[in-house]
Design a protein around this ligand. Structure first.
Ligand SMILES: Cc1cc2nc3c(=O)[nH]c(=O)nc-3n(C[C@H](O)[C@H](O)[C@H](O)COP(=O)(O)OP(=O)(O)OC[C@H]3O[C@@H](n4cnc5c(N)ncnc54)[C@H](O)[C@@H]3O)c2cc1C
Length: 421
């Protein structure tokens, strides 16, 4: 059994398969350190307050897992505060509280005055807000620790992680199935990649991942890896593999940028304690939370064109998108310092929910990818569900059927999430 992609999702699926006693599981990845993987470049937010049961429940189960291992995984249950300036969106978010609170999430409605009182950091332009929601059971997690946990447990159960292996092609055959002819994945074509060294200073990995070719000097042996079952966990690169199989994927890679901001150096007003804060999502689309000694702040540029782009726009991005929004909502940020930042890829689907399940028309092909901004917080339950599906033919405790790719042919089945950052 082969899993392609050893990010947080592939690692979780691998561990879950091995926990079920599935033997001979191999995970293939061109860079297990994941320096261009979303699992390495995300914001570490973890919430269950979504609008659809499948997303709420998979996140809820994953957050319970984080909670159980809170020390090791760095889980901090500090809540999500969501600020609204749009009356209609606020009304629709409030309407979802029944669904969320029926599952024990305890989401509160806050008036703008109450926001100011409970979160003294937020002292700017409260008159613009129509209200807020606060979900106390959501929080922050260390995604690297989560991925390391999945991997180390998988390895202990015998999973092999093949690093520096880039999948260039896939071989299929026709087989007879109960409902007619099916295709079966027989093997992967894999090119060994010469180690580009720590941090990819040479740009080799980046070139491979953005052009989808392994340049001559970086190539090592080319091998054929036979597989009886294949699980596509390639995140934002899933459409590349799908295309090789003749499948048109609705997901698109879209760049998302994050800045680290130093505000403590300038001194914070009395009563403002950053360490107590969880995730704050501003009405302007900015989100931020404390991150060690700094504040991590992200903003998704609405007109960002899809593509495999990892360039961080640096001071320009910070000064144009981050700083004005931070300072507008919290005077503490009027004087702060841009420390550094990075860019990673969201795999965005038309309804902003992930794709998971067995791939129709294939006897032995499965997929779990394109979890937009939710892959960390869904990872444990997705791993469990996919392993159950592969091993037994059904999802078991976590039903991912609503995330089947077949939903895209019928907009009534879309799993549309609007509070998407
Ligand atoms: C800026 C940003 C902020 C985010 N914030 C959050 C957040 O707060 N909370 C949250 O839950 N989620 C967040 N996300 C989303 C989350 O990070 C992703 O959904 C999740 O990490 C996806 O994991 P994955 O394993 O599917 O993909 P990835 O981690 O991208 O892993 C895919 C792997 O495939 C490998 N690969 C690619 N092509 C090939 C090939 N041909 N052959 C071999 N290997 C290959 C890559 O090396 C990579 O390791 C954020 C994402 C970004 C970019």
């Amino acid at each position: 059994m082969v899993i392609v992609g050893g990010g947080i999702i592939g690692s979780s699926v691998a561990w879950s398969l091995a926990s079920r006693g599935v033997r001979d599981v191999a995970v293939v990845d061109v860079d297990l350190a994941g320096i261009y993987a979303a699992s390495e470049l995300n914001a570490g937010g973890a919430r269950a307050t979504w609008w659809h049961p499948v997303n709420i429940e998979t996140c809820l189960a994953t957050l319970d897992f984080f909670r159980e291992h809170r020390e090791e995984l760095g889980f901090r249950e500090r809540g999500y505060l969501w600020l609204y300036a749009d009356r209609d969106l606020f009304a629709r978010a409030l309407a979802k509280r029944a669904l969320q609170n029926a599952r024990g999430l305890g989401v509160e409605r806050l008036e703008p005055g109450a926001v100011r009182e409970r979160f003294p950091l937020l002292d700017g332009a409260m008159h613009e807000l129509v209200g807020a929601t606060f979900s106390p059971r959501d929080g922050l997690v260390n995604p690297n620790a989560v991925r390391a946990h999945y991997r180390s447990h998988a390895e202990r159960l015998g999973v092999r992680f093949l690093n520096r292996h880039y999948v260039t092609g896939v071989e299929t055959q026709r087989v007879a199935g109960a409902a007619g002819s099916l295709r079966r994945v027989a093997a992967l074509h894999v090119v060994g990649v010469r180690s580009p060294g720590a941090g990819d200073e040479s740009g080799t990995l980046r070139e491979i991942l953005t052009t989808h070719r392994v340049p001559e000097p970086a190539r090592e042996a080319e091998t054929r890896l036979a597989c009886d079952t294949l699980v596509n966990c390639l995140g934002a690169w899933s459409p590349i593999l799908a295309a090789k199989l003749g499948i048109s994927d609705p997901a698109e890679p879209v760049r998302r940028q994050i800045s680290l901001v130093d505000v403590r150096r300038e001194g914070l007003a009395p009563g403002v304690d950053l360490d107590e804060l969880g995730m704050i999502v501003d009405a302007s689309g900015l989100y931020f939370h404390p991150e060690g000694a700094f504040v991590l702040a992200g903003y998704s540029t609405p007109d960002e064109a899809p593509g495999y782009d990892f360039d961080y726009d640096g001071d320009d991005f910070f000064e144009r998108e981050i700083w004005p929004r931070l300072a507008h909502r919290a005077s503490a940020f009027e004087r702060c310092r841009h420390v550094r930042g990075w860019a990673g890829l969201y795999a965005v689907t038309p309804d902003r929910s992930g794709i998971a399940g067995a791939v129709a028309g294939f006897a032995n092909l499965f997929e779990a990818h394109s979890f937009t901004g939710r892959g960390v917080m869904q990872s444990w339950a997705v791993g469990r569900a996919m392993a159950a599906l592969v091993a037994t033919g059904s999802f078991g405790d976590h039903d991912l059927a609503p995330l089947s790719r077949s939903r895209f042919s019928d907009p009534a089945r879309w799993v549309t999430e609007e509070l998407h950052i």
